[in-house]
Design a protein around this ligand. Structure first.
Ligand code: NAD
Ligand code: UDP
Length: 320
C-alpha cells in the first residue's frame, strides 16, 4: 500500500543517542523528513551536530522528555528513547522503568492521533538469562522481576505488551524489533557497555575489566547492519506486528572479545577479572530466521571489521 505522496515525516525518539543518530542519518538519506526528539540524558548533540546545517525543512531537533506527552505531526515513529547500558539504566532504575512505560504510552497515543505507524526498539533483554539457546521470538524468557536489571527488562516487556494491546484494541500499525548487542561509532566514551569499555581501556593503556570468568557470551552486531534492518522492519505490511529478533548471530565469550581488542590496539593493557554483576545473562545469541525470511536481511559486517571502525572512532573521541 502506498501511504504517502511526496515524503514521510519520521519521528525518532532517542535520536541523539548512539543508534538513534544513525537512524536519523539513514532516514534523511532515504528522503524522509525527520524530527529527532531527545532529552540528552545519555545521548549527545555531538551525534547530530553534523546536521546543524541540514535543510531545516527536513530535519528538526526537539529537546523533550518522552515521559511527557508529544504533540508532533508524524507519519511514522521510531521509539528508541531509553538508557540502554546497564550502568546507565541502573543508575536511576525508577526513571528507567518510568521512561519505558510512559514513553511507550506517549508514542502509541501520538500514533493513534496521527494515524502513524510506530516501531518499538525492544531488546534481547526480554529473554533475561535465557535457558533456550539461541533465542527464537517464541521463547517467553527467563527474567528476574525483582533484580537490578528488572527496571530495564520488565519495562521493555511491558512496552511490548502495550504495543500489542494497542494493535489489538485500536488497530494500530505497530512494529516490535528485539535488538541484540549492537556497537559502533557514536557510542559514548563513558557508555559502560563491554565493547566501548574494552576499546577505551585498551586505548588508554588501562586494564581490561572482565566481569566474572569471562566465559559468558554475547553476539555483536555492527550498527550499519542494525539500522538497515530497523528500517526494513518499519516497511512491513500493516497486518504484521510480531516481534522480530535483529542482531548478528556470531557469538563470542568476553575473553575472546578482550583478546581481539588487545591484539588490534596493542599497548600494555592486560586483563583483570572482576565480580560478575547480578543476573548477568550467561549466553545470548539471536535466532534470526524470521528476519531472514520476512525481511530478506542478514548482517554483513563481521566483528573484526566492525571493531576496526569502532576503534578508529574511539581513538578520535578520546583525543578530543
Ligand atoms: P543510547 O543511550 O545511546 O540512546 C538512548 C537515547 O535516548 C539517548 O540519546 C538519550 O538521551 C535518550 N533518552 C533517554 N531517556 C529519554 C527520555 N525520557 N526522553 C527523551 N530522550 C531520552 O542507547 P542506544 O544504544 O542508542 O539505544 C537506543 C535504543 O535501542 C534503546 O531503547 C535501547 O533500549 C535499544 N537497544 C539498544 C541495544 C544496543 O545494543 N545498542 C540493544 C537492545 C536495545
Ligand atoms: N562486561 C565485562 N566488562 C565490562 C563491561 C561488561 O566483562 O567492562 C560483560 C558483562 O558482564 C556482560 C557482557 O560483558 O556479561 C556484556 O555487557 P554489556 O553491558 O555490554 O551488555 P549486556 O548484554 O549485559 O546488556
Amino acid at each position: 500500500m502506498v501511504r504517502y505522496f511526496n515524503y514521510t515525516r519520521s519521528v525518532v525518539t532517542g535520536g541523539a543517542g548512539f543508534l538513534g543518530s544513525h537512524l536519523v542519518d539513514h532516514l534523511l538519506s532515504q528522503g524522509h523528513d525527520v524530527v529527532c526528539v531527545d532529552n540528552l540524558l545519555t545521548g549527545s548533540k555531538n551525534n547530530i551536530r553534523h546536521l546543524a546545517n541540514h535543510n531545516r525543512l527536513a530535519f528538526e531537533f526537539l529537546r523533550h522528555d518522552v515521559t511527557q506527552p508529544l504533540d508532533i505531526q508524524a507519519d511514522e515513529i521510531y521509539n528508541l528513547a531509553c538508557p540502554a547500558s546497564p550502568p546507565q539504566y541502573q543508575h536511576n532504575p525508577v526513571r528507567t522503568l518510568k521512561t519505558s512505560i510512559l514513553r511507550a504510552l506517549n508514542v502509541l497515543d501520538l500514533a493513534r492521533i496521527s494515524n502513524a505507524r510506530v516501531l518499538q526498539a525492544s531488546t534481547s533483554e526480554v529473554y533475561g538469562d535465557p535457558s533456550i539457546h539461541p533465542q527464537p521470538e517464541s521463547y517467553w524468557g527467563n527474567v528476574n522481576p525483582i533484580g537490578i536489571r528488572s527496571c530495564y527488562d520488565e519495562g521493555k516487556r511491558a512496552a511490548e505488551t502495550l504495543f500489542m494491546d494497542y494493535r489489538r484494541q485500536f488497530g494500530l500499525d505497530t512494529k516490535l524489533v528485539r535488538i541484540f548487542n549492537t556497537y559502533g561509532p557514536r557510542m559514548n566514551v563513558n557508555d559502560g557497555r563491554v565493547i566501548s569499555n574494552f576499546i577505551v581501556q585498551a586505548l588508554r593503556g588501562e586494564d581490561i575489566t572482565i566481569y566474572g570468568d569471562g566465559l559468558q557470551t554475547r553476539s555483536f552486531c555492527y550498527v550499519s547492519d542494525l539500522i538497515e534492518v530497523i528500517y526494513l522492519a518499519m516497511q512491513t505490511e500493516p497486518e504484521f506486528g510480531d516481534p522480530i529478533n535483529i542482531g548478528n548471530p556470531n557469538e563470542f565469550t568476553m575473553i575472546e572479545l578482550a583478546e581481539k581488542v588487545i591484539s588490534k590496539i596493542g599497548g600494555k593493557s592486560k586483563t583483570v577479572f572482576m565480580s560478575l554483576p547480578q543476573d548477568d545473562p550467561k549466553q545470548r545469541q539471536p535466532d534470526i530466521s524470521l528476519a531472514k525470511s520476512k525481511l530478506n536481511w542478514e548482517p554483513k559486517v563481521n566483528l573484526d571489521d566492525g571493531l576496526d571502525e569502532t576503534i578508529h572512532y574511539f581513538r578520535k573521541a578520546i583525543s578530543n
